[in-house]
Design a protein around this ligand. Structure first.
Ligand SMILES: CC(C)(COP(=O)(O)OP(=O)(O)OC[C@H]1O[C@@H](n2cnc3c(N)ncnc32)[C@H](O)[C@@H]1OP(=O)(O)O)[C@@H](O)C(=O)NCCC(=O)NCCS
Length: 169
């Protein structure tokens, strides 16, 4: 497997992420929805980020992506989709760990996600990766499906300058 994770480009990668979304999302976004959500020029109190997983053995084809939004106090997992034929290969985990491995509790308290109540696969995936369920949002989706709210608490930043020398103790 030659999967690479890189920062996505909201124009150049649009076609690739839309193909993944159409094939794998429960309710795929339209092109306008993607453009709206990835419009970095919108003046908002949050920063949007796109990560893509590409397969170097398949001409750099996009096989998964993650969109998240950094707010002042928390990070919102907006969208995470892996193309169906490449699931259970660890791609979703690698995309997610790019975020959970880089952000620490002293910058942002937690990462939150919303998942359809009946999306058992995604719930199992997130819970196995340290997310905890923290509420239900009834009729959250436009088709009246309920959402489960989940949160992941970021770890404390590792000490780079350890004042206690354990070797010497
Ligand atoms: C959820 C999703 C992103 C996982 O991506 P993935 O690349 O298959 O995930 P990984 O291979 O990294 O991890 C697989 C793990 O997730 C769990 N998992 C994933 N899909 C599952 C399913 N359908 N049923 C049960 N468990 C599932 C497994 O427990 C597995 O754990 P293990 O590695 O300990 O065996 C992918 O299934 C997907 O795109 N789903 C549709 C979109 C979606 O629902 N997105 C919401 C995500 S927040």
């Amino acid at each position: 497997m030659c999967i690479q994770i890189r920062k996505g480009h909201n124009v150049d990668d649009l076609h690739g992420i839309m193909c993944v979304d159409t094939a794998g999302a429960h309710r795929p976004w339209t092109e306008d929805e993607f453009k709206h959500r990835l419009d970095y020029s919108r003046k908002e109190n949050s920063k949007k980020m796109l990560l893509v997983a590409t397969d170097a053995a398949d001409k750099g084809k996009v096989v998964g992506f993650l969109i998240f939004r950094i707010h002042e106090d928390q990070v919102l997992l907006n969208r995470l989709v892996v193309t169906p034929e490449r699931r259970l290969e660890g791609i979703g985990t690698r995309l997610l760990s790019r975020v959970t491995g880089k952000i620490f509790a002293d910058d942002h308290a937690r990462m939150v996600a919303r998942v359809r109540l009946r999306n058992i696969g995604a719930l199992e995936f997130l819970c196995a990766r340290g997310f905890k369920t923290c509420g239900v949002m009834h009729n959250h989706y436009e088709d009246n499906d309920d959402a489960i709210k989940l949160a992941y608490d970021f770890p404390l930043r590792p000490l780079t300058d350890d004042p206690i020398n354990l070797e010497a103790a």
